[in-house]
Design a protein around this ligand. Structure first.
Ligand code: FNR
Length: 357
């Protein structure tokens, strides 16, 4: 089977994963308006290419938080990679190390942060965390990732509660007995009788999370803090005022509040509000190199892919994720060249036809 574009991997994953697993990865909240709009929104954007600019050499490299990566695409944090491939997050980590880009490891990984670091010792990694009712749990995991050389903390702020994903309820989705959230192995034993959500005690996340917790996290660690899940200029401004180092414009792949705009449609107002004071990244609906070009043109320093990485895992583990990243890289390079951009710095808003939007 020749895999030409990311949807080929999606089709493969749909055919080969169990229904419950496929449904979990695919899920959006409620009517899935936002999940679907994340993809559609890129298709509404038209480009203004420049010609005759000698595109015989194209440099796709960029940097995030001062570290060079091979192109402006990284891996978003997604849960439970062992459901898609037996080596799980270790395979994802090796693939991103090989391609030299950034992997944001999820709190809800089925390999531990130690196993992920050991699998790809030279990989560039950030760690995504939630805030737990038990602050000691948050503190412990922060200490572990600091010691392991993870380079930033990505605080996900759009999950005070889990969104309503209908098929997960219908399927009574939960992790099979041989898998677990490895980062918390043994920590929840005394609570096993409580109601669970995806195999984790349902009341673990703290819905009282607020800006003062961002300050608390800053007091705890000197790692850069990136807030994931901002959709408005008001919150972007607050994030900058609170001294964070980065923002990920994200609606959690449409899995949380349905009816919010596509992330690519939120990006410009946030980039305008931030005015270069911190780096702005985005995720949601990136499926082609052309999508990456549009996001970078609208001000994203880097974009992150969620579901496509999981499809790559389902296809062939590490090799599958590498192929996904390679295809996106090749497509991005081609789109750059066809639009007259020789390097990432040349990709800017002049590339976007605003009159149509
Ligand atoms: C996610 N996402 C997510 N985000 C996070 O901060 N922590 C997590 O554990 C997870 N887990 C997770 C599981 C699955 C199956 C999906 C699809 C998503 C959200 C993720 O980081 C990202 O925001 C979206 O996936 C981006 O959208 P695309 O690329 O999937 O369209």
């Amino acid at each position: 089977m020749t895999m030409v574009c990311l949807s080929d991997f999606e089709e493969y994953a749909k055919q080969h994963l169990s229904k419950a697993t496929w449904d979990y990865y695919e899920a959006g909240a409620d009517d899935c308006c936002t999940r679907d709009d994340n993809l559609q929104a890129y298709k509404r954007i038209r480009l203004r290419p420049r010609i005759l600019r000698d595109v015989s050499l194209n440099d796709t490299r960029t940097s995030v938080l001062g570290t060079e990566i091979s192109f402006p695409v990284g891996i978003a944090p997604t849960a439970f990679h062992c459901l898609a491939w037996h080596e799980g997050e270790q395979a994802t980590a090796r693939a991103t190390e090989a391609v030299n880009t950034c992997y944001i490891a999820s709190t809800y990984s089925t390999c531990s942060v130690e196993e992920i670091a050991a699998a790809a010792p030279n990989g560039y990694r950030w760690f995504q965390l939630y805030l737990y009712r038990d602050r000691k749990l948050s503190e412990q995991i922060v200490r572990r990732v600091e010691a392991l050389g993870y380079k930033a903390l990505v605080l996900t702020v759009d999950v005070p509660y889990t969104g309503k994903r209908r098929n997960d309820i219908r399927n009574q989705f939960k992790l099979p007995p041989h898998l677990m959230v490895k980062n918390f192995e043994g920590m929840f034993q005394e609570q096993t009788s409580t109601q669970e959500e995806y195999g984790i005690p349902a009341n673990t996340l703290d819905p009282s999370i607020s800006w003062k917790d961002v300050c608390w996290l800053q007091s705890l660690s000197r790692l850069p803090i990136i807030i994931k899940g901002i959709l408005t200029k008001e919150d972007a401004e607050l994030a900058v005022e609170h001294g964070v180092q980065g923002i990920i414009v994200s609606n959690h792949g449409g899995r949380q509040l349905d009816g919010v705009p596509a992330t690519i449609d939120c990006l410009p107002e946030i980039v305008d509000a931030v005015q270069g004071r911190v780096e702005v990244y985005m995720d949601g609906g990136i499926r082609t190199g052309n999508d990456v070009l549009k996001a970078v043109a609208l001000g994203a320093k880097c974009v992150f892919i969620g579901r496509p990485a999981v499809w790559g895992l389902a296809y062939k583990g590490e090799e599958g994720v590498r192929e996904i990243l390679q295809i996106l890289h090749d497509e991005f390079r081609l789109s750059m060249a066809l639009s007259g951009c020789r390097n990432v710095a040349e990709i800017n808003r002049n590339l976007i036809q605003f009159s149509r939007l």
